[in-house]
Design a binder for this molecule. Structure first.
Ligand code: 3HC
Ligand code: NAI
Length: 693
């Protein structure tokens, strides 16, 4: 039974029991209706308390149900909430953990709400491309006021109950044991005999019209690609201007429309994809995890410093090792500067800065790493250097310590072989800046032990990363794919496009940044070095020469004040560069290509399908275990538009048949090899299937 019914001292306690977060799926909704009725029918019962236990009152509607018929099967959530609202006996929500989405809407349908001050309260539906569909847009503004409600609904960000203590939403906010407090409250409510209903409350605002106008303009500007936020504003406006039931109807219609939009489907795919990424087929819940209390980081450069900060932020002590005192001092100073900048922006207190800095033990000696449970190296990207480090680690690390490499291009199996304990070695590929970027590729070597992988996946959650497992290959999932995308961007220049046109087209598609602006940010010299290596390792792999010519001009990007674009001192705006554009046009002449007009559609297809095709290879080779893992890499780490669900999901939505047809079209007259379709893509397209089936 997904709702437990019990009566204690004249109060019926309805406990939601649908782990993990008491999603309000069909059986839970039925359970609520039945146990409500039981409480109403029981003459002993004076009041009804609904609780969900310590983890969650409720995380909202069961999102897994959205693609099924159950979503609209009665009792739907509105029916349940109306039944509570009509209850002749007082109803009280006892909120601990969280009341999100439909969970908060359910609580809003009750007469009273008692919350733990730490409980997270929010209507996050907009993040799934929908809007609160069970009265949230109508009741929340009545409970917390127009402005607070609009911000919560449009941003989807939850707030701690303690922060809403001064609103009418909660009758009582407590420091602990909300259920106990709610039971006491229920006795008082039963004695008072009043049954307040949020639907009857008025929304007070001195200038609602003006505020809504302002909100509409701001939301429209910030959400050009999503219909949901503006629909939220519409529904809230109805709450202000129309009778309650009309407002509910406006909300209902918007919900019905949004739930079927491609944007919502894509966002839901991203949500589940991220959670699915932590589930590894051959690693069950029975695989134990190792205890990780002390971290070692080797190399205090760009990556080592950022990696260290992740652990300090999570309260884990880090021993940071360098070869030279100056490098160590420099690394520590950079970490401090980053924290002090956060403090200046009000994100950290001075005390928090000191507490975090106090967790670092700087050292030049490997002996200080003997106690570490996990050691991550972020030293120079050369086998010789990695070998020296791993040989020393092998000699000093305690048995069972996990040894990780942050390499971005080297073979993790070869690195593991530098030790006598390859089962304890894996890759942790952080993205720069490592303290900011959410994505972490966890590279599973041939011999990596299951518990090592499970431990690192669990730890990655603790440090706030979105972790995806990748097999060993050059570039892992993300960079291996981006290389193909970059190659197409280069060919487009050769054939007739200019950098700003390519960037504009793909940014209009929704990428945070086009390939050329991205190159300028990351440094074009990095790709240059990789291509030089490639020329030896994979001489067949063709690239446009324009990127090399750019580097030969010393235009490495923002760091040299010039790259694909011109930059002005202290200004990160990318200004189209005459010198670069002339160089590009001249290069086409030099290689005998007659430049042509290239449509934005072609640019987008070629860049995105290049990702898709390489993604298909990666999937087929088992480097990624599932298509959604690839999508998560691109959503969390590469600025792929989240409302398109990632490259593989996007290809599915276009239809693999169409993707393949476009690729075959591009193969004619273009650099042929780049468009050789991955066998898996052909196979799925011919069978009428999708990557994410
Ligand atoms: N429905 C179904 N499953 C849910 C769920 C939901 N609303 N929320 C979370 N889950 C599942 C996750 O899929 C995951 O399952 P798994 O263990 O099988 O992978 C599990 O709960 C735990 O989730 P997390 O790993 O995310 O755990 P956290 O503790 O980090 O976060 C959370 C918990 C804050 C609830 C987070 O999962 C979350 O933000 N969930 C989405 C909440 C949401 O959007 N609610 C609104 C739903 S739409 C709605 O209510 C419509 C209504 O207005 C009509
Ligand atoms: P970096 O040059 O900024 O830092 C490397 C640091 O390692 C230097 O401070 C150096 O003094 C130190 N070091 C070198 N040899 C050492 C040794 N034997 N023992 C201890 N310390 C030593 O380099 P960066 O960019 O931080 O890269 C480090 C690693 O991370 C490389 O493997 C790189 O491929 C990888 N990486 C880099 C990314 C980036 O964007 N910079 C992204 C993802 C991975």
């Amino acid at each position: 039974m997904s709702v437990k019914y019990e009566v204690r001292d004249g109060i019926a306690i309805l406990t939601l029991q649908n782990p993990p977060v008491n999603g309000l799926g069909l059986s839970t909704r039925r359970g609520l209706m039945e146990s409500l009725q039981q409480g109403l029918d029981d003459a002993q019962v004076k009041a009804i308390v609904v609780t969900g236990g310590a983890r969650a009152f409720s995380g909202g509607a069961d999102i897994r149900e959205f693609n099924t018929a159950d979503v609209s099967r009665e009792p739907i959530l509105n029916t349940v909430i109306t039944a509570f609202e009509r209850s002749k006996k007082p109803t009280v929500a006892a909120i601990e953990g969280m009341a999100l989405g439909g969970g908060l809407e359910l609580a809003l349908g009750m007469n009273y709400r008692v919350a733990d001050q730490r409980a997270l309260i929010g209507l996050p539906e907009v993040k799934l491309g929908i809007l609160p569909g069970a009265g949230g847009t109508q009741r929340l503004p009545r409970a917390v006021g127009l402005e607070v409600a609009l911000n919560m609904i449009v941003s989807g960000e939850p707030v701690a109950a303690g922060k809403l203590d001064d609103t009418k939403l909660f009758d009582l906010v407590v420091e602990k044991d909300a259920l106990h407090a709610a039971l006491l409250f229920a006795h008082e409510a039963a004695a008072a005999g009043t049954l307040p209903k949020v639907r009857d409350w008025k929304i007070k605002h001195t200038n609602a019209e003006g505020f809504l106008g302002f909100a509409r303009t701001a939301v429209a500007a910030a959400s050009a690609n999503y219909p949901a936020p503006l629909k939220c504003v519409d529904a809230i406006e109805a709450a202000v201007k129309q009778p309650f039931d009309n407002g509910i109807e406006v909300e209902r219609q918007a919900f019905a429309l949004l739930i079927n939009t491609p944007e919502s489907k894509a966002l839901r795919h991203g949500f589940f994809g991220e959670r699915a990424a932590s589930k590894i087929a051959d690693i069950g819940a029975d695989v134990p995890v190792r205890e990780i209390n002390r971290i070692g980081v080797i190399g205090a450069g760009t990556m080592g410093g950022g990696i260290t900060m992740n652990f300090l932020n999570a309260g884990l002590p880090v021993t940071l090792l360098e070869t030279k005192q100056e490098a160590l001092d420099r690394g520590i100073a950079t970490i401090r500067k980053n924290y002090e900048n956060s403090a200046k922006k009000g994100k950290l207190t001075a005390e928090q800065v000191e507490r975090r800095m106090g967790l670092i033990t700087p050292t030049l000696s490997y002996d200080d790493l003997k106690q570490a449970d996990l050691i991550i190296e972020a030293v120079f990207e050369e086998y010789k250097v990695k070998q020296a480090v791993f040989t020393q680690l092998d000699a000093i690390a305690k048995p069972g310590a996990i040894l990780a490499s942050n390499t971005s291009t080297l073979d993790v199996d070869r690195i593991a072989a530098f030790t006598k304990r390859p089962q304890d070695v894996l890759g942790t590929h952080f993205f720069s800046p490592a303290n900011v970027m959410k994505l972490l590729e966890v590279v599973r070597g041939k011999q990596t032990a299951k518990d090592v992988l499970a431990t690192v996946m669990q730890l990655s959650k603790k440090i706030g990363k979105t972790a995806v497992v990748s097999g060993v290959c050059d570039g892992f999932i993300g960079n291996r794919m981006i290389e193909q995308y970059g190659r197409q961007a280069g060919f487009l220049l050769d054939e007739g496009a200019l950098p700003q046109q390519v960037d504009r087209a793909i940014e209009k598609f929704g990428f945070a940044m086009g390939p050329f602006r991205m190159g300028d940010l990351a440094g074009n010299d990095i790709g240059w070095a990789i291509r030089k290596r490639r020329a030896i390792e994979k001489p067949d792999m063709k690239y446009s020469k324009t990127a090399d010519l750019l580097c030969e001009l010393g235009r490495y990007g923002q760091k040299t004040g010039a790259g694909w674009y011109d930059y002005k001192p202290g200004d990160r705006t990318a200004y189209p560069s005459q010198q670069v554009n002339e160089m590009v046009v001249q290069h086409s002449k030099d290689i005998g290509v007659k430049r042509r007009d290239i449509s934005d559609e072609e640019i987008v297809e070629r860049l995105v399908y290049a990702l898709v095709n390489e993604g298909a290879h990666i999937l087929q080779e088992g480097i990624a275990a599932k298509a959604s893992d690839i999508d998560v890499v691109y959503l969390a780490g590469y600025g792929f538009p989240i409302w398109r669900g990632g490259p593989m999901f996007y290809a599915d939505s276009v239809g693999l048949y169409n993707v393949l047809a476009a690729m075959r079209r591009y193969a004619k007259g273009h650099e042929g090899k780049a468009w050789e379709p991955a066998p898996l893509l052909v196979q799925l397209a011919e069978a009428g299937k999708s990557f994410n089936d």
